[in-house]
Write a protein that binds this ligand. Structure first.
Ligand code: BES
Ligand code: MN
Ligand code: MN
Length: 452
């Protein structure tokens, strides 16, 4: 048995117990009430790294610090930077969880908890891989850790930190553990991620709420105005109605699209089992992969205002707000898209309504260069553990810092451990116990191969 395999066999239960401790911390970055939990999770991660002889710094924020750590110096060996995040998304709707989100539970070979796959399980696999290869304080490579606490809310603290201290991410390879296999048994390297532009559209039509009987028929309703506006932003066929939006979109090359067409994929099963829908919508003249990976989207996440409590209240709401986001693809820019959206929203609104857009977070899309040597090494590591090498895909999701990492020069390996049915951001999020344990072997082997 290889060293890594026996390490995982001997330490698997202990490592899962440790991971459970991290999963019990409700480090929901977007909710202010959980600020101290975010700090707690950062300190938990920092303690783990200190126990592996790392020098650790908590940077940029008291409540959501970036955990940056430097492993023991190994002269002449390459620098490997590992990225992940300890923050998680809110767990609601709570009543749809089979076991509570912050009480990690194993069922049928899966570990269920908010953050199990996104991203605590993956972060922890990297830390344990480093432990496995560290053998008494002598790791094979010069390790750096960059583990942030604001990924799920736009990475503002990390962006500012890297502007000030770009040297923190200087490396020969950056390993990002925050993505997915293509399918069970088929590891993937993601070549691209979509960007995002997230904000709130608010419409005000009245000085204050009104009796819907006394004024209904003459008074403009904020919800009605907002809903009409939102409906105009996208056609029923899925085309986003923002002038200029598609101009910067660079279609994936034919070779890349042909490679996607060769991936094992059954559209009906994907629709029924993974999406859980009766139809797939969007620009249906493009393939599902191109719609997910190569085209922008516009989503409405929620609409607030008016009366939504129990019972009935006859009111004409004066104000209504929608949370919306666009996903962006190469070569769109988040800043440009924000301006285009604001302009369109103002133009589409009737003159009697005051409309505003309040930006929440944004990230540019990214394509990584896949020519460098570390890509061969991670492929080999996956081959040794999983019995097969990687496929190249993209992802429709976003990781805000990746564009910045890629710009600063180190090859960025989006080599995550999740599976497509992990339900990240949703109830009953899970990570496969074997994904976690095999991931430790893959990452550990990658560190060894980098050293050779
Ligand atoms: N890890 C995900 C993104 C992801 C998942 C990429 C699977 C590739 C494969 C990340 O935590 C995430 O959810 N990001 C947010 C970013 C946003 C809040 C700025 C997203 O995509 O919604
Ligand atoms: Mn993530
Ligand atoms: Mn996420």
């Amino acid at each position: 048995m290889s060293d890594l395999k026996s390490f995982v066999a001997a330490n698997g239960d202990r490592m899962l117990q440790e991971l459970n401790d991290l999963l019990r911390i409700p480090s929901i970055s977007t909710l202010p009430v959980n600020a101290s939990d975010c700090r707690h999770a950062a300190e938990w991660v920092a303690d783990q790294l200190r126990n592996l002889d790392c020098e650790v710094e908590l940077l940029g924020s008291d409540t959501h610090p970036v955990v940056w750590a430097k492993g023991p110096e190994v002269p002449g060996k390459p620098v490997v930077l590992a990225y992940g995040h300890y923050d998680v998304q809110p767990p609601d709707p709570l009543d749809e969880w089979e076991t509570p989100p912050f009480e990690p539970t194993v069922r049928d070979g899966n570990l269920y908890a908010r953050g199990a796959t996104d991203d605590k399980g993956q972060v922890f696999a990297i830390i344990k891989a480093f432990e496995a290869v560290s053998k008494g304080g002598k790791p094979p490579v010069n390790m750096r850790f960059l583990i942030e606490g604001q990924e799920e809310m736009g990475s503002g603290v990390l962006f500012d930190l890297l502007d000030e201290r770009p040297e923190l991410v200087e490396a020969d390879a950056a390993l990002v553990a925050d993505t997915q296999y293509y399918a069970p048994g088929i590891p993937a390297i993601e070549v691209g991620l979509r960007g995002i532009c997230y904000g709130e559209i608010t419409v005000r039509t009245l000085k204050g709420d009104l009796h819907s009987g006394l004024y209904g028929g003459v008074a403009p309703n904020a919800h009605e105005t907002l809903v009409h506006l939102l409906a105009k932003l996208k056609t029923e066929k899925g085309k986003i109605n923002i002038p200029g939006l598609y101009e910067a979109v660079k279609r994936p090359a034919k070779a890349e699209r042909d490679a996607w067409a060769k991936l094992p994929f059954k559209e009906r099963e994907f629709m029924r089992d993974e999406v859980g829908a009766k139809a797939l919508t969007g620009l249906t003249r493009y393939s599902v992969f191109e719609r997910l990976w190569g085209l922008p989207t516009l989503e409405i996440h929620g609409i607030m205002g008016g009366f939504t409590g129990e019972g009935a209240k006859t009111v004409i709401p004066a104000e209504a707000t929608a949370k919306v986001s666009l996903r962006l693809v190469p070569n769109q820019k988040a800043k440009t898209v924000e301006k285009q959206l604001i302009k369109t929203v103002k133009q589409l609104a009737p003159t009697y309504a005051d409309v505003s857009f309040s930006f929440i977070h944004g990230a540019d899309p990214v394509l990584v260069d896949i020519g460098a040597k570390p890509f061969d090494l991670i492929d080999q590591a996956f081959r040794e553990v999983e019995g097969r090498g990687i496929v190249f895909t993209r992802s429709g999701g976003s990781i805000p810092v990746v564009a910045g990492l890629a710009k600063r020069g180190a090859p960025v390996l989006l080599a995550g451990l999740g599976l497509p049915d992990d339900r990240l951001h949703a109830p009953n999020e899970k990570i496969g116990v074997d994904q976690f344990l095999n991931g430790i072997r893959v990452y550990g082997r990658f560190f060894e191969l980098m050293a050779e």
